[in-house]
Design a binder for this molecule. Structure first.
Ligand SMILES: [Zn+2]
Ligand SMILES: [Zn+2]
Length: 91
């Protein structure tokens, strides 16, 4: 989300100050839509596990893959899941 600049003016129209308001809740926008310069509200958090922690990427309905009751994966976690645990070595 872009930050919003608020310009404060006095009664003569002179700029007396400004303020930058950044989106207070970054989780409210889908991470993958944001990468595409779109902004769609996130409805889910990714339940994929990366290493030892949960991914927790905010996801919109379009990017959340439902894998179980209240279990959703983001596209990279879905791909990681589909990849065999033993990664083939290219030599
Ligand atoms: Zn999305
Ligand atoms: Zn994920």
């Amino acid at each position: 989300m872009p930050c919003e600049t608020i310009v404060l003016r006095d009664e003569h129209g002179s700029v007396i100050g400004g303020r930058i308001i950044c989106s207070s809740d970054r989780r409210a926008t889908c991470r993958f839509c944001r990468a595409l310069k779109r902004s769609r509200p996130a409805r889910y958090l990714c339940d994929g596990v990366r290493d030892t922690s949960t991914c927790n990427a905010p996801l919109c309905e379009g990017h959340a893959l439902e894998v179980g009751p209240d279990q959703h994966l983001c596209p990279p976690c879905d791909r990681a899941r589909a990849t065999p645990l033993v990664v083939a070595r290219f030599e």
